[in-house]
Design a binder for this molecule. Sequence first.
Ligand code: SF4
Ligand code: SF4
Length: 231
Amino acid sequence: MNEPTDTIKSHAPLRPSGIKPETCMACGTCSAGCPITGMEGFDPRKIVRMVLENRDQELIDSKLPWLCTMCGKCEHACPMGINIINIIRDIRGQVDRDKVPGQIHKGVELCLETGNNIGLPGEDFTFIIGDVAEEMAEEEGFEDFVPPIDKKGASLLHTLHNKLVNTQNEDLVHWWKIFHAAKEDFTMTSENWEGVNWGLFSGDDEAMKIIVGRIVDHMDTLRIEHLMYPE
Ligand code: SF4
Ligand code: SF4
């Protein structure tokens, strides 16, 4: 019987040395290091074995790839250097977008549309940043603090995790205090400020490229050399 060609096994990008999953020796080291092995039948060794057996559709239809946190412990531990995360992303990328669980795909759509995963309008973003900064400036030692936005030639671009401008404003203050104390010449941007790329997690390569491209554009346009990425 001929081997099917367009399979996860054949096209999951492999790194760092082009090692193919066929080299898996079923040792289980990946499973031993995985923090969620055993949860709802999840096991990275099992996933690699299913890929080797061309059980692609079974994997695509299952919830297994969505249980993975993409922490990378499995492939760090794998003696054969098999790129398990790329395999899992490849499976995720083949799932119909309306079947992507939770709000990951919705967040991707919102990010493409509005520049952030929660669809926060620009005027609300500006208001929140100003409000949080005002509160911080009331504290001793931070009276002169003004949050830099779209500052040309800054040293560091601070991309934001959406929760910093949503439910966890106090974490935004923590970062600003650190930058202030370190005299870090940083800036945020008024548009496309999202630093969390859910295209990465949902397996959506095209969206991931667009979202990364926006950050590259910021760095080019504002002539910034260093990037702080929240995840
Ligand atoms: S650690 Fe690597 S070689 Fe061992 S079972 Fe897992 S994927 Fe296969
Ligand atoms: S990346 Fe996924 S499979 Fe690998 S150790 Fe982390 S949770 Fe487990």
